[in-house]
Design a protein around this ligand. Sequence first.
Ligand code: GDP
Length: 322
Amino acid sequence: MDITDQAKRIIAGERRALARAITLIESARADHREQAGALLEAVKGAGRQALRIGLSGTPGVGKSTFIEAFGLMLTGQGLRVAVLAVDPSSTRSGGSILGDKTRMEMLSRDPNAFIRPSPSQTALGGVARRTREAVMLCEAAGYDVVLIETVGVGQSETMVAEMSDLFVLLLAPAGGDELQGVKRGIMEIADLILVNKADGDLLPAATRTCADYAGALRLLRKRISDPEGFPKAMLVSAVTQDGLEVAWGEMQTLISWRRESGFWDANRTEQARHWFEEEVRLGLLARLDEGEMRSRMQRLGAAVAAGKVSVSAAVREALGGS
Ligand code: GDP
């Protein structure tokens, strides 16, 4: 593969080149990893920044419908939109729920949109690296907005928030007045809560749900990286498209404020440091399964199992000579 040529094509906005590059970064093969590294270095020079929006919601809240409507609204304004999906549960189901080809049919035909479904992957660490690198490729390709979508399972929200400039939680109207078992941790990372399906018969329930969440958000400690009024809960309907323009306006208000106050840059710097440390950690873990360390682990493991060495002595020996 000619890295320089590939990088040029990506920066020129060729969708096929971008898709191919993402396939490359998804590969775990050592030679592919090396090429991927070179390619990421080569596109860095483009110096482009997109608005990275993390979007989370449990299956059925209307993520695909929302992304299709929201994405088309943005492309209608002349913006280029990339959608990446993170679905750590896809290994369990054998295929990706977010990879369903029938999702976002109109948006996927829009020349100003790029949609990449989630491949099945084993470790969340691997998913994080792959998604982060895909975001960087989309930025280099000149997308104005990169939507990183995730289902509300496990640690995926935190992971997505850690690579986003803005985090949106999508909810559906609840039956009663109880908060929908949304974990406090997710409320704490959300910048905007959008209660979807605020239309027709569901409008009263959506209004109640929205009021409940607005109340719950007020109880959270105010973050210094937020202007007055944020985080915020709002009503939207992906089907009627009501509230989408307003939601986009709120996102822009928040982002402009963070850019002007320095929190945008500070956040990106902090995220870069976080991912650096995370990858070193993963790299060290991977070494446990390689070469001399692997045989040492096996030898000491057997000695511990046979009762010949204590666990703590074996740990000291395992770590000592690395
Ligand atoms: P996802 O699993 O989160 O991607 O959810 P989908 O986008 O597939 O939507 C799940 C269901 O909710 C579908 O039957 C949609 O038609 C419906 N839905 C999505 N958005 C809305 C909305 O704004 N209003 C109403 N009434 N239904 C919606």
